[in-house]
Each structure stands twice: as C-alpha cells, then as structure tokens.
Ligand binder design. Sequence first.
Ligand code: SF4
Length: 169
Amino acid sequence: MQQASHSRPDNAALPRSGARTVPAICRLCPAHCGVLATITDGRLTEVKGDPENPLFKGYTCPKGRALPELHNESNRLLHSQKRLSDGRHVPIPVETAMDEISAKVRRLVETYGPRSVAVYTGTNGQPYPASASIGNAWLRALGSPMFFTPNTIDQPGKQIAGTASPHRY
Ligand code: SF4
C-alpha cells in the first residue's frame, strides 16, 4: 500500500511498536480506495474504509479488507526465485538473477534479433504503476515492439476488430 497525503499524523512520527493506524490507499485495483491500515508490531493487522476519505467515504470491497491476509500469507513471494531444470524454485540474490537474465536476453537478441524479446503486463501491474512504463522503455531501448497487455491479447481485441470491420464477429 502507498501512503496517502492526509492531514492526520505523519506516519514517520508514529511509534514503531504497538498498534498504529494510518491513512493509505488500496492498490489492488485501479479504484485505489482510501483505507485506514492498522499495523501492530510491524504487521498489517486490519484494513478498513477511511470514512474521512472525501471520494470513497469509507467504502472498500472485501478484497481490500482482506489485505492483511494477503500481506501475511506464508506462501507470499518475498524474494527473487530461480527455477531449476527439475522445476523446483530456489532463492537467488537479485543481483545474480539480473546478471543471469541479462546474459540470456543478450544471447537471444544476438541470435534471433530484438523481436525475440517480449513483455506482457497483466492486471497485476496495477499495484506497481511504473512497471508498464519501465517495461515499455526497456523494450524500446532493445529495439523490440513486442509489448503486450490484456488489451492486446484478451477480449478487447475482438471488440476493436468488430467495430472496425463491416462484418461483425
Ligand atoms: S478496496 Fe476493493 S475496490 Fe477498492 S481499490 Fe481495493 S480492491 Fe479495488
């Protein structure tokens, strides 16, 4: 979650132990509802609607209120992982992962050209708004036009084609 600007106490000034509740936004979907997040001894323990948020007036959906379960889920991916040839995943330092990926991408581009490298960002790009822009810029630097999203691969393509075509699908 991203801290929202608000007239209530500055998050940095709040104690790190015990329970504290801070205004924030839910980034699970593009609605970005205003929420109140309670952190107890460093763990997110409650998320509820912020009644003082002028736009949402305390609204959240069940997914937003379930954010503590998501944050505290024991299977949550918290570190870089490498898939081994037998299918297992093992932790890998992010610097090592970047070096290995970089070497593979370089080999692909040298062997097959820039179009052999593509990026797809799905709905989960929403929590990290910069990811699509960074992915796009990286592809442009490589010289590849192969940037895909749900808009290019999923159902919206049919609607666009249907609107443009005299023969409806
Ligand atoms: S609370 Fe629900 S509707 Fe609001 S941003 Fe989160 S997921 Fe979206």
